[in-house]
Design a protein around this ligand. Structure first.
Ligand SMILES: [Ca+2]
Ligand SMILES: [Ca+2]
Ligand SMILES: [Ca+2]
Length: 209
């Protein structure tokens, strides 16, 4: 990050750190982001914090990481937005193409499941805030996926999958997990790809697991 940009961010953080404790609250971060170009709901801000720290306050290091994430989201969002609508929205097709370009080989049908879940306000467009939700979800899953892929094959076999599910906070019986594994292994190779796993998680969220 440029030195000048970093100085500006530090200045901003200090301004909101009214108690000078070296950390800001969720409320303060919410105010800060919404004063500086974002229109995030409280639950989105909560999601963003939860992705970066287990603490309920945000120190400077976390704040800078949050900024990096948002810059990255913004960049990806703008790249997907082929019609340059800026932060307004991207369409289903634009997002589908962007995922393809990023080597996510979702089928059209599975991608629709994901898109519908992300499209919180049901307008059939993906707004920036909805995009941030999707980004955090996929990044979080990818992180755990990489850790649980113990043989580094780039996929999860059934044993790796059984370890993986509880790490996401999804508690299901072993035989149930086996059943899901067999059903969802769409190309029947006995391995779960990241794309298959993300589709599964989206489907489970839809069912309120
Ligand atoms: Ca929407
Ligand atoms: Ca593996
Ligand atoms: Ca497979």
């Amino acid at each position: 990050m440029e030195k000048k940009k970093k100085q500006t961010l530090i200045g901003l953080f200090n301004k909101y750190d009214t108690t000078n404790r070296g950390s800001i609250s969720e409320e303060q971060l919410f105010n800060l982001l919404n004063k500086h170009g974002y229109e995030f709901s409280k639950s989105t801000v909560e999601n963003i914090i939860g992705y970066h720290t287990t603490s309920d306050t945000i120190n400077l290091k976390t704040f800078l990481e949050i900024n990096d994430t948002l810059v990255n989201c913004h960049y990806l969002f703008m790249s997907a937005d082929s019609k340059n609508r800026h932060k307004e929205y991207v369409t289903h097709n634009e997002l589908f193409k962007a995922f393809k370009a990023g080597n996510f080989d979702f089928s059209k049908k599975n991608f629709k499941v994901i898109f519908d879940l992300v499209d919180d306000n049901n307008d059939n467009k993906c707004q920036f805030e909805e995009f941030v939700y999707l980004y955090l979800l996929i990044s979080g899953v990818k992180l755990i996926f990489t850790i649980e892929d113990q043989d580094e094959s780039g996929t999860l076999n059934i044993d790796e999958f059984l370890n993986f599910m509880p790490k996401l906070g999804i508690r299901i019986r072993k035989n149930e997990a086996r059943q899901i594994f067999n059903q969802m292994d769409s190309n029947n190779d006995g391995q779960f790809s990241l794309t298959e796993v993300i589709t599964l998680i989206m489907k489970l969220q839809n069912m309120d697991y």
